[in-house]
Design a protein around this ligand. Structure first.
Ligand SMILES: N[C@@H](CCC(=O)N[C@@H](CCS)C(=O)NCC(=O)O)C(=O)O
Ligand code: FE2
Length: 227
């Protein structure tokens, strides 16, 4: 029932906002952590939102926001961090004629969310679903079984032409679709049991900067004052 209500609400929002209005979308890359930051804006009201910003590239993002004459309403990540606004499953984040629907997609971390544009044309999957991959589950209270269910239930149920924009890519790819991933993703095409085994044996090195990034994310990106 909740899923149905969300879809209906999404369609109504899309119509009220004038369906077909082109969203302003910029995908920006930070090479050290291979992170994508997304700037989304409404060309009419100039209201904008920034998804998955990285400390090192914050000046670049701020400059682009200024150059494009946008007014940033929200920026940040989720996950029990200190923040001005906490978001939950089903919450709608509005900017101009658009809105992002929040879908909880835990597994990489307990607080991971996927943001879906209200017309379901694109989804920002954070570290849950990567292109032909997925977020690791071996730290930050990750859980492979939870991630498997999140991706199958919250992302693969979107329309097949829905674009998938992840928070990271390590192979030079920029975007995927809900049509591609359920058939081509080498991890998420497995059974849940096989997936858990694969995830338990990834043996990846820790990402660079993770020991700095995690505590900073818990303070919404605010750095510790110098001692
Ligand atoms: N080999 C990569 C590893 C970076 C890494 O661990 N990335 C995380 C996402 C950021 S917390 C992840 O979940 N990766 C999944 C994966 O399969 O790589 C590097 O270049 O450092
Ligand atoms: Fe991560």
């Amino acid at each position: 029932m909740a899923g149905l209500a969300l879809r209906v609400a999404g369609r109504q929002l899309s119509q009220r906002g004038g369906s077909g209005a082109p969203i302003l979308l910029r995908q920006m890359f930070e090479p050290e952590s291979c992170t994508y930051t997304y700037l989304l804006g409404d060309r009419e009201s100039r209201e904008a939102i920034l998804i998955d910003p990285v400390l090192e590239t914050a000046p670049r993002d701020a400059q682009l926001v200024r150059e494009l004459g946008l007014r940033l309403l929200y920026a940040g990540q989720s996950g029990g961090a200190q923040a001005d606004l906490h978001i939950d499953e089903g919450d709608s984040i509005r900017f101009g004629r658009f809105a992002l629907e929040t879908r909880a997609s835990p597994g990489h971390t307990p607080g991971c969310v996927t943001f879906v544009l209200n017309d379901h044309s694109m989804a920002f999957t954070g570290d849950a679903l990567l292109i032909r991959g997925c977020g690791r589950t071996d730290f930050q209270q990750g859980c492979a079984k939870t991630l498997y269910h999140s991706v199958h239930e919250k992302i693969f149920t979107l329309p097949s032409d829905c674009l998938i924009y992840p928070a990271h890519d390590y192979h030079g790819l920029t975007v995927s679709t809900v049509e591609e991933e359920p058939t081509l993703n080498p991890r998420l095409t497995l059974s849940c049991e096989e997936f858990v085994k694969v995830m338990d044996n990834l043996n990846l090195p820790k990402p660079k900067q993770i020991d700095i990034a995690v505590p900073a994310n818990m303070r919404c990106g605010v750095q510790s004052p110098p001692s």
